[in-house]
Design a protein around this ligand. Structure first.
Ligand SMILES: [Zn+2]
Length: 508
């Protein structure tokens, strides 16, 4: 089987609850996921989670004929665990103290949810929930959920309280305020949350039914380009890239005019997918300005030619990229370090200020783009959301790469990383620090390997890349060579006839 034809991951069942309060002035409750989680770390979300074994045994009133009864139970239980809010018949008899003790018991595993409900003579009732549309994580992502969304009102007298752990914090706010935070780049949220907030902002009465009225066609469109920030869209397209990545993120940014960054797929079905998205933007009155290439690799430029032909678009890249790919893809204009690419939207008065950063290391002419208003950093292959970045000399240079990462850390407004592959990173500084620490750790391992008598890249790889499939050892070898070159630069290592040795001077 071709590595790139890996079937999409099977989505896991999940449920989330849109918790509301104040019917006259509706507020919605959202939580920030802990920055230390390995899925959607630092994202804002509605309380929710995965199905427990026991959930299907818990009785639910008014569930005759419902195929999603058990998922309603999941949503109610998760809401209780994560916020302390319990939506159940009879719950008004319990004091807040009692409720909070019961929640602790449940979270600490001292009691099951079913037993807790029986002991307290509480009944779950599907009629207390409204059903919002369900969403499935797009096929491009390695971790996928089939999430049922429900809405309910905060029961009289109860409070939502987030306990430190999986969640960092929780907050009540008006839907319009929540959307504004998203537009400003203060939060990272996923498509279903945006859709729910937009529907709620138009009024909480019947908002779930209005959401159900959105046609499948529109939903497919919403899913095909994830709007990570207002006016910043990510379209993961299948490409011949390096596993475990299977897709390259093509980004579309702007308001009345759009730029398209890294249309990387050479596959006709994927190009068609992007065409459909762009055609829809054009039909909505937007204009395509140009294609921007972050760097020369085939999985970032594979679809450029097609777009140039179809939409007659100019191509922009760093001079070093242009020189390297000039034969395959004509570059019309160079982007220099520090250039500002300004995009606007008349109707909202919003601006997208894409500052070009020349960030060599993965590739000599690598550009990253920093959207200064929202602090969103388009990282290309400098930082990725899945797998690791390959630094392969002679194109790659570790010294440059580390300098590029450090430059990212100096950016004053940095709220999210929008990588060339994999999901968005909502904990940008933590992730960059992790990258730096990882390279530092590799360096120590390589010095140890040299001290232990491994003098060639291949033997060093065999010693330290025990966590990487052997099919990737060739790439790992290039990575080791990048490290060795840096260590030679640093004066810690010397090389003779392709063999590397610890330098006797300068090694401390
Ligand atoms: Zn690359």
């Amino acid at each position: 089987m071709n590595l790139h034809d890996k079937p999409p991951a099977i989505p896991r069942d999940a449920a989330a609850m849109i918790l509301l309060r104040d019917r006259e002035d509706p507020h919605v409750y959202w939580v920030r996921r802990s920055p230390t989680l390995n899925f959607l770390a630092g994202f804002h979300a509605f309380p929710g989670g995965q199905r427990d074994e026991e959930d299907s045994h818990i009785p639910l009133l008014n569930s005759e004929g419902l195929e999603d009864g058990v998922m309603r139970v999941v949503a109610i239980r998760e809401l209780f665990e994560e916020t302390g809010v319990l939506v159940a018949r009879g719950v008004e008899r319990l004091s807040l103290d009692r409720l909070s003790r019961l929640r602790d018991d449940l979270c600490l595993g001292r009691i099951g949810f079913g037993e807790l409900l029986r002991n307290e003579q509480l009944e779950l009732d599907s009629a207390l929930l409204d059903e919002a549309p369900r969403w499935v994580t797009p096929a491009a992502y390695a971790r996928r959920y089939d999430t049922r969304f429900y809405a309910c009102w905060l029961p009289e007298g109860q409070q939502a309280v987030v306990l430190p752990g999986e969640l960092e914090s929780g907050e009540w706010l008006r839907p319009a305020e929540a959307l504004l935070k998203w537009v400003d780049g203060q939060v990272v949220i996923v498509t279903p949350i945006i859709a729910a907030l937009q529907a709620l902002a138009a009024g909480s009465d019947g908002f779930t039914s209005r959401m159900h009225e959105v046609g499948q066609d529109e939903r497919d469109h919403l899913e095909s380009r994830v709007e990570m920030r207002y006016g910043i869209y990510i379209c993961p397209l299948r490409t011949p890239t390096i596993p475990p990545a299977t897709h390259t993120n093509c980004l579309i940014v702007g308001g009345d005019e759009l730029v398209i960054i890294d249309p990387g797929s050479p596959y006709p079905d994927q190009q068609e997918r992007l065409d459909r998205i762009l055609d829809r933007f054009i039909a909505a009155g937007k204009r395509l300005r140009e294609i921007i290439i972050t760097h020369l690799h085939p999985d970032h430029i594979g679809g450029v030619e097609h777009l140039v032909r179809r939409y007659r678009l100019p191509v922009a890249a760093h001079r070093l990229t242009a020189e390297a790919i000039g034969g395959e893809v004509p570059v019309d204009r160079y982007i220099e370090d520090g250039e500002l690419i300004l995009l606007r939207e008349e109707s909202t008065g919003l601006e997208w200020r894409l500052r070009a950063l020349w960030t060599p290391g993965h590739a000599r002419g690598h550009l990253s783009l920093h959207e200064e208003r929202t602090g969103s950093l388009i990282t290309g292959d400098c930082v990725v959301g899945v797998g690791t970045v390959v630094i392969a000399p002679p194109e790659g240079c570790l010294v440059d790469y580390l300098a590029s990462l450090r430059r990212f850390l100096e950016l004053p407004n940095l709220t999210a990383l929008l990588p060339g592959h994999g999901p968005v990173v909502a904990t940008p500084r933590e992730r960059i620090e992790e990258y730096l620490a990882h390279r530092q750790q590799r360096e120590v391992q390589i010095l140890d390997a040299l001290a232990a008598g491994c003098h060639h890249p291949a033997t060093i790889v065999a010693r330290i890349y025990t966590d990487v499939a052997t099919s990737l050892h060739q790439l790992a070898e290039l990575s080791v060579i990048a490290h060795l070159e840096k260590l030679c630069d640093d004066g810690l290592v010397v090389t003779t006839d392709g063999a590397y040795h610890l330098s006797t001077i300068g090694h401390n």
